[in-house]
Design a protein around this ligand. Structure first.
Ligand SMILES: [Zn+2]
Length: 388
């Protein structure tokens, strides 16, 4: 299969016209060229990278019956929205289901080259999270438990060693020891769904936690204005937060403050999207509860009064960050690509440079809306794109 070619477009960061050549799936050169009408206001950027995708267009990664074929369908749909690498994210569930799910994902990696190309690892969000209402969000409470290294190793074995990120709540019994063990195994530890105190967050960072999962969410609706889990995570320069900038999970002013406090190199975007993306608005059952999907993409669990994941693609967050913060296109895209590779230690992707994998998106920006026109993964153009 030919994985060579070239594209000409406006560089997403500099705005200057560039020609990018690639061969054998790798970028070989990026050179400036004269401006011409043919470029047509099309930008080129590295493919987007998402460390938290729960499912896509009807395929739920946490469904133990989802096999290679369905996982591949999700990968294809995710790419069409401009995401070229991601972590399938598995939330709290029963032990048997988690083992089955990770076996399925590992098998899909082994059997399908395209899945292998875009799945950069797995993210286990839970089950070792806060059992307090409000903090566990919509995770099924009956399966939330204390960390067990032996149990986790069964998941890692089922996953053939591909669990790269774990979201854990540091204040629960055994969590600090668990965090240390993960870090020694080079697993990225993210603090999330937590009601930890400032000192507990500090200790988790001392033990090697480096990310905060969807900061500002996975938190009770009513909290102490001083002593809450958000301030110490915002204040800690060693923690890189992921944020869901879909316009529902955080207010515009929260997105702006989080981005300004952390700076454009130390914060990442995630979609936290569920399989409801692309589905018709209406009433559904999710994780055993009734939920409502609105036309604007909001997914709400009215009984728990919490959001039940997101349904808008990562590119929506890129436009929103520009709109809410004044960040440039380059800075906003970096939050959803380059910064994710740094935070999640994904090598060889996320930059328009020679030697990087030729994962490229070509797109229009109009009214902060990224409209993806072409997606190239590993040097090969895939069928294109959605309009919004
Ligand atoms: Zn969550």
């Amino acid at each position: 299969m030919d994985r060579s070619g070239e594209v000409s477009a406006l560089h997403y960061d500099t705005g200057k016209p560039v020609k990018i050549k690639f061969s054998d799936g790798l970028i070989s050169s990026v050179e400036e060229i004269p401006m011409s009408d043919e470029l047509n206001d099309i930008f080129v950027a590295p493919g987007l990278i998402d460390n938290q995708i729960n499912g896509y267009r009807g395929v739920d990664f946490s469904d133990p019956s989802a096999g290679t074929l369905r996982i591949r369908m999700a990968v294809d749909a995710i790419r069409k929205d401009g995401v070229t690498s991601f972590f399938p994210t598995i939330i709290t569930g029963s032990h048997d289901n988690l083992v089955r799910i990770f076996r399925n994902l590992a098998r899909a990696l082994q059997d399908d080259e395209e899945v292998r190309t875009s799945v950069a690892g797995f993210h286990l969000e839970g089950p070792y999270i806060s059992p307090e209402a409000g903090y566990y969000g919509c995770h099924p409470a009956e399966f939330i438990r204390k960390p067990s290294w032996d149990e986790f190793m069964q998941y890692q074995d089922a996953a053939a060693g591909n669990i790269r990120q774990v979201t854990v709540s540091p204040e629960i019994e055994g969590a600090m020891d668990f965090i240390g063990r993960c870090v020694r195994q080079k697993i990225i530890v993210s603090i999330g769904h937590t009601n930890a105190s400032a000192s507990q967050i500090l200790e988790a960072v001392d033990r090697g936690a480096r990310l905060s999962t969807h900061l500002g969410n996975g938190c009770a609706n009513l909290i102490d204005r001083h002593r809450n889990p958000i301030w110490p995570q915002l204040a800690n320069d060693l923690l890189t937060p992921s944020i869901i900038a879909d316009g529902h999970h955080l207010l515009p002013e929260e997105v702006k403050v989080f981005c300004q406090v952390k700076g454009p190199d130390n914060i990442i975007l995630t979609s936290d999207v569920t399989h409801f993306i692309g589905m018709e608005p209406g009433n559904y059952v999710f994780l055993g509860s009734d939920i409502v999907l609105s036309a604007d993409g909001l997914i709400k669990n009215p009984v728990l009064n919490c959001l039940a994941g997101a349904s808008l693609p990562l590119k929506t967050g890129v436009g929103n960050v520009m709109r809410f913060t004044g960040y440039t296109l380059g800075e906003a895209v970096n939050l959803a690509s380059r910064n994710v590779t740094a935070a999640c230690r994904i090598t060889g992707r996320g930059k328009l440079e020679g030697g990087m994998r030729a994962d490229l998106i070509l797109f229009h920006m109009e009214n902060f809306n990224m409209s993806v026109k072409k997606v190239i993964v590993n040097g090969r153009e895939i069928g294109s794109q959605s309009e919004n």
